[in-house]
Every structure is written in C-alpha cells, then in structure tokens.
Design a binder for this molecule. Structure first.
Ligand SMILES: Cc1cc2nc3c(=O)[nH]c(=O)nc-3n(C[C@H](O)[C@H](O)[C@H](O)COP(=O)(O)O)c2cc1C
Length: 346
C-alpha cells in the first residue's frame, strides 16, 4: 500500500532509468543484505519444491534484467523470491541502445524497453560474483551474445557462481540473437555449453502469437532445445513492440498485457516437450492466481519483473502468503499437485 501510493508515484515522476539507479543504491545498504525482516519470515512449507536437485522455498523468481550487473542479488533474494536471475551478462562491456529506452505504461501496468543489454561485461561481473556464495543461494545467471564462443566463455567463467544458466536467445532488442533460432546453431550452442558446465541450462524463448505462422517455429525451438540437452525453458521473453518514444522506435513489452499469452504458451510448450523438462513461466505474472494458472497450465516455476516494479518490495512475500492460503483453500498439498488443476478465472 505504502509503496503503491507514496513511493511508486515518486519513482514514476523521475526518469525510469534514474529511479532504477536509485533503487539499486538503496538495495546496496546493509539493511537489505542482512536485516530485512522479510528474509527471516519462514516461507510457507507447502511452497517448497526440489527441481533438478535445487531446493526452492518459493516458486516465484525475479526475472533477468533487473540486476543486470549482479550488484544486488542477495538483497533481492531477501525480499522473498525463491530464486533470482542475474544478468543478462555479455562477454564484453556494452553501453546498450541509445536513450530514452525505458517507459512505464501506467494504465496497462506494463513497461516497454529497448535496453539492448547495457552491462559491465563478463570480467567485471565475474570478479563481483566471487564475493557471493552461490552454493547456498538460488542464483541463476542469464548469458547472451551473437557469437557462440562468447556465450560459452561466459558460461565457463561463471559456472561456479550460480545454480543454473539461462541462455537468452530471445531479447527483442538485439537482432543478432536470432541466429540461434536456427536449430542446428542452437543445438550446437547447447551441446558446447554442456561440455563446459554440469549446471542446468535453460533456454529463454521468444513469445509467439496464437495462430501466428511462426508458432510452429517457436515450438520447434523449444523441442530442439530439450532434445539437445537443455534441462528447461523460460516461456517467454518480452513481446516485440513498436513505440515511437523509444530512441530506436521499437522494444519489448512486458507486464499485465502478456499474462494470458504466457498461460497459453506454457500449455503449448508442455504439450510439445512432454512432462519431464522444466518450464519456467514468465510474462505478466503479478499475483498468486497468475502463479497458480501458470503451474496449472504446465509450468514448474514462475518469474516476474514488471509486477515487481508496480508492487514493490513486498511483491514476492505477498505472493508466497496468498498462494499458500489459496492452496490450503483448494486442498492442494504441494506445488506439483497444482499441475493439471483448473485455471482460475477472474
Ligand atoms: C527493463 C527490462 C530489462 C530486461 N532485461 C532483460 C535481460 O537483460 N535479459 C532477459 O533475459 N530478459 C530481460 N527482460 C525481460 C524479463 O526478464 C521478462 O522476460 C519480461 O519482462 C516478461 O516478464 P514480466 O512481464 O514479468 O516483466 C527485461 C525486461 C525489462 C522490463
């Protein structure tokens, strides 16, 4: 409440990149790393789940892109997320696309961005990550690039600093990533990645429309990823979106408008790849009903970014509390048992 009515309006008056910078500075204060009370509230036991040997105490994670330079992973985890993805990390330092490149679409609770992977680059981020004890914390790292060797070097260098990797082949803001939509190149990338790490690999898919002629292509990217050894998929990235206020004129849409598509895509991917591979739903997830619906449609875990911006620091904590209560109400003992349940209509 306090965040929505007092803090968010102030942050929304400032340039969104400046407000993000301010939030990053705040998160660096010791309170969030060591004393944040949310961190010490035990998460409801019905939200615990073990996937690929990793213990999660909540199914909701913070999606890639919020902590691109991995400066605040622990502080963000202390807000109640079950896991967090740092990055996307690229081999070289990048300035990203020209500004302005981030806008709030307040009425639709959405963001539109054309960031283009601004970041400190592999060397600086891996030095920073040496201070983290990634063995005990559920940190995933997102890596990307347009050259296979760069991505593999990132994975090789970072393999002791995370529990899993996401390979981002789907940012709408970096055209060159599409080379990995070619099935042979994608298969080869995953094969090489598996040679340098034993950590699970997730491929982050681009979103697709219902009845779009590309639908089959994207489902075969999903299938190829799993067949080539990836343990799972993130379904999906932000949606390509033309927006003339962005300096480059187009970017990625995220937030509320994506949620129905996310549920549909999860269900389509689950039908395509079978029951075993892991699916992380991502796109427009903003409350316990969205998490329920995505898991019911076939996801194992969920991620969110935009709803965290709109709901503030108590976002994950509230989802945990309400999802647990919803499960008790529906007599469902564990997250696994949500799979196959009916979708909850609003
Ligand atoms: C400002 C911004 C930056 C993002 N940067 C990345 C990124 O670096 N890597 C990535 O895989 N996804 C990135 N994303 C996409 C999110 O991880 C997520 O897939 C997308 O926003 C949909 O989820 P949401 O509707 O919960 O925000 C970014 C999203 C936003 C809004």
């Amino acid at each position: 409440m306090f965040y929505k009515f007092f803090i968010l309006p102030i942050l929304q008056r400032i340039n969104p990149e400046v407000s993000h910078f301010i939030v990053e500075i705040i998160l660096q204060c010791p309170f969030f790393r060591n004393f944040n009370p949310i961190h010490y509230i035990k998460k409801p036991i019905n939200l615990s789940i073990k996937i690929l040997g990793i213990e999660f105490n909540s199914p909701i994670g913070l999606a890639a892109g919020f902590d691109k330079n991995c400066k605040n992973l622990y502080s963000l985890l202390s807000l109640g997320f079950g896991f967090i993805t740092g990055g996307t990390i690229t081999f070289s330092k990048r300035d990203g696309n020209p500004k302005p490149r981030l806008f709030h679409l307040k009425k639709s609770k959405a963001l539109v961005n054309s960031m283009g992977f601004p970041g400190d680059g592999l060397q600086k981020i891996s030095d920073r990550l040496k201070h983290y004890n990634s063995k005990s914390e559920n940190v995933f790292l997102s890596v990307s690039g347009t050259i296979k060797k760069d991505i593999i070097d990132c994975i090789k260098t970072l393999r002791n600093h995370c529990k899993a990797f996401e390979i981002n082949i789907s940012s709408p803001n970096t055209e060159g990533l599409k080379i990995f939509h070619d099935e042979e190149k994608l298969s080869n990338l995953i094969f090489e990645a598996k040679k340098v790490t034993t950590k699970p690999i997730f491929i982050k898919l681009p979103p697709w429309d219902k009845n779009n002629k590309n639908e089959g292509d994207y489902l075969s990217i999903a299938y190829t990823s799993i067949k080539s050894g990836a343990e799972g998929l993130i379904v999906a990235n932000s949606r390509p979106y033309a927006f003339d206020k962005l300096a480059v004129g187009k970017g990625g849409l995220s937030g509320d408008p994506l949620k129905n598509d996310t549920i549909r895509m999860v269900s389509e991917v689950r039908n395509k790849i079978g029951s075993k591979p892991i699916i992380i739903a991502c796109g427009g997830i903003s409350d316990e009903i969205d998490v329920w619906n995505c898991i019911a449609a076939g996801a194992n875990l969920c991620q969110a970014y935009t709803a965290f911006i709109y709901n503030g620091p108590s976002f994950a904590y509230n989802i945990n509390k309400k999802l647990s209560a919803l499960m008790i109400d529906k007599n469902v003992e564990s997250l696994e048992k949500i799979q196959g349940q009916s979708i909850i209509k609003r």
